[in-house]
Design a binder for this molecule. Structure first.
Ligand code: MSP
Length: 654
């Protein structure tokens, strides 16, 4: 049976999601929704990569266990995917027992093939990538090609995988399967890398504790990239008692198995992973699709560069579908693209508010005003049906080819045809001259409304929520479309239509930027700067060298508090409003920490606050106290003072 299995990379839990992660997931969602719409049996997997040194370090820095950190970030991912209408069938966490069982099964198969051996491992290592690089790749300066940071010389005894054995078989596979790596430029890069010959790689670590123990090698854990790649089959039940999903979606000659990845991790997916699979005697993915990067100021958006765009403010104001649209329309799949608010707002107003929103509301309003709903006969003139028959195959071919921007362009050409038709046929004039019972009017509006319905069906893989709203505006149930909905003439006649609100009210660009400017220049209680004590006290007690006496210090009531709830202050990208527990009381505090901390990640944390600070209003919200944080780096990013979890709220800090 023909199946379609699509996966995203599994995301690290030492970083909160940003536009880059959202992009890969939205693309995978769109591709899967398209194949589901065609009636194929689909499965969509995403998840989190939770082991390894970086997670271990990040957790230690925050004073929590690695699993507590992972749980916190996973909750954030779940909420985000829900908000973005991501229709994944499964979410794998590499800390789950099913993953460990699958990894052990994979290792057993590779061991049986004789492809592991133990040896001393030395080389140039990038801690952020958790990967070794060759001298050629890091150049004379020994800098990581991805992060630009210094690589360190590492040496330890490890388990090795005989990757070198697979250069030939992999090359042969590439030659026989032109679709194996896409786009073509990336395929060429991988072929040239393979032609350079492969060296064996280490697949265990002895210095890392947070990982899956390597079977048969006490003291070693499985290298995080080895086990992470295995998620694509462990999630299907490989190595478990029930392998039916594995057989249906992986070990199936009629199945398509697509990995969507950023170009930064292509080599892991198109060389290491297939080599592990060849060794284990398992089928390979059919295609590894590598997309480009979202750039900001011409650099890859990433936490280590510090230039990430978190979507919260844009999504709060414009909705998740507006961001989905922008990401899919603006980037040519495979190439890099730049993210900017200006580009986002331009597309929002031109494409969503104007072309899409206005077409839908115009056609719906004409139907409502003429008949209170759809016309009572399902008949149309030829024009728009012909337009649909011309644009639907363009859309379909582009979707098959993961050319999402081209597919959107095809839908937009169809929208232009619908609009042009309405303008040319002037239904308002027909109604005035011949009345609402006129068969001509019914035909014009049935054709227009049916076209809007079909545009929404084609749009549904991209903007599922908007498509549902369009169906509702036409009087139909707001659900995801089924395969048969992609046919002309299915809009029911005589359906009452509700008065629907505008899909994308036009954005006022000038006031957006004014507001943004205001948020950036607002002065919240600087969590970093010490509050100057009242002037008279300073003069009375402090000697001229700025020292203060103990009495003066004791005037400040510093206590621990537990954050019970946290949310962003509307229209501010810095301010977070929190409810905190001081043991004997609860109160509200506002702090300028929202650029660094996601509200959800704050809940449950123990922090230190100044409890006897005069109340102040920040962007209209009252703050009763101040949260203490260190200021880091030139930009003064706040880093909250951490108190261990077991300290009861309200404990005095001195
Ligand atoms: N955990 C590994 C992947 C293991 S898969 C077996 C990892 N995780 S990650 O959290 O760093 O996320 C990587 C993916 O996020 C990239 O491959 C890419 O899909 C996406 N992006 C992260 N930053 C990005 C951009 N600036 N632009 C586009 N996508 C990028 O690597």
């Amino acid at each position: 049976m023909k199946t379609f299995y699509a996966t995203t990379p599994i995301y690290y839990v030492n970083d909160l999601p940003h536009i880059g992660h959202i992009y890969t997931t939205v693309v995978t969602d769109t591709a899967t929704r398209f194949h589901r719409l065609l009636g194929e049996k689909t499965r969509f997997l995403t998840g989190t990569d939770e082991h390894g040194q970086n997670i271990e370090k990040a957790a230690a820095a925050q004073g929590v266990t690695p699993i507590a950190l992972a749980d916190r970030v996973v909750a954030r991912y779940h909420a985000l995917w829900k908000k973005f209408d991501i229709s994944n069938d499964d979410f794998i966490r590499t800390t789950q027992p099913r993953h460990r069982a699958g990894v052990e099964a994979l290792i057993a198969r590779i061991a049986a093939a004789g492809d592991f051996y133990t040896a001393k491992h030395e080389g140039w290592y990038c801690a952020s990538c958790e990967a070794f690089y060759t001298e050629k790749e890091i150049g004379e300066e020994r800098k990581c090609p991805i992060h630009g940071t210094a690589c360190a010389w590492e040496s330890e005894e490890n388990v090795f995988f005989r990757l070198s054995k697979y250069s030939g078989p992999l090359l042969e596979h590439y030659e026989k399967n032109p679709q194996f790596v896409r786009p073509e430029t990336r395929r060429a890069e991988m072929i040239s890398f393979l032609k350079g010959g492969l060296t064996d790689i280490s697949v265990s670590r002895s210095k890392v504790k947070w990982g899956i123990p390597f079977p048969g090698h006490p003291g070693q854990v499985v290298y995080v990239w080895f086990e992470a790649l295995a998620n694509y089959v462990t999630a299907l039940g490989l190595g478990s008692e029930d392998e039916h999903l594995y057989r249906e979606f992986w070990d199936n000659p009629d199945g398509r198995r697509i990995h969507l990845v950023g170009k930064d991790i292509l080599r892991f997916h198109s060389i290491f992973w297939p080599a592990f699979l060849l060794s284990a005697g398992l089928p390979l993915p059919t295609t590894v699709w590598a997309h480009g990067w979202w750039l900001r100021d011409e650099k890859k958006m990433s936490k280590s560069v510090g230039n990430v765009v978190r979507p919260d403010a844009l999504v709060a104001q414009f909705g998740p579908d507006a961001l989905r649209y922008f990401l899919l329309r603006e980037m040519t799949f495979g190439q890099d693209a730049s993210f900017s608010d200006e580009a986002f707002l331009t597309r929002f107003n031109a494409d969503l508010a104007n072309d899409l929103g206005n077409t839908v509301s115009r056609v719906a309003a004409l139907c409502r005003q003429s008949f209170g709903g759809t016309p009572d006969v399902a008949a149309a003139e030829e024009d728009l049906e012909a337009a649909f028959r011309a644009h639907e195959p363009e859309w379909r071919a582009a979707m098959e080819d993961f050319s999402f921007n081209r597919a959107l362009e095809a839908i937009w050409r169809f929208l232009t045809r619908i609009n042009g038709y309405v303008v040319a046929r002037e239904p308002w004039k027909v109604r005035k001259e011949r009345g609402a019972a006129s068969p001509v009017l019914k035909k014009i509006l049935y054709g227009s409304a049916e076209s809007v319905r079909l545009a929404a069906v084609m749009l549904s893989p991209f903007l599922p929520g908007t498509a549902r709203k369009i169906f509702e505006a036409l009087g139909m149930p707001g659900r995801d479309p089924a395969p048969r909905d992609l046919e002309w003439g299915l809009l029911p006649a005589g359906l009452p239509m509700p008065d629907a609100p505008a899909l994308f009210p036009r954005a006022d660009t000038a006031s957006y930027f004014e507001q943004k400017e205001k948020t950036m220049t607002e002065t919240p209680p600087a969590p970093s700067k010490p509050t100057p004590p009242p002037a008279e006290t300073t003069q009375a007690v402090s000697p001229s060298d700025g020292q203060i006496g103990i009495e003066e210090f004791q005037r400040m009531r510093l206590v621990t508090a537990k954050i019970l709830a946290a949310e962003r202050v509307p229209k501010s990208n810095k301010l977070v409003r929190m409810d905190v527990d001081l043991g004997s009381e609860r109160r509200q505090i506002v702090a300028g920490i929202g650029k660094v901390y996601e509200p959800e990640a704050l809940v449950g944390r123990n922090v230190v606050i100044v409890a006897n600070l005069k109340p102040a209003k920040l962007m209209g919200v009252e703050s009763n106290g101040m949260v203490l944080a260190a200021t880091v780096g030139e930009s003064g990013e706040p880093s909250l003072l951490a108190v261990s979890d077991d300290v009861p709220p309200g404990s005095r800090v001195k």
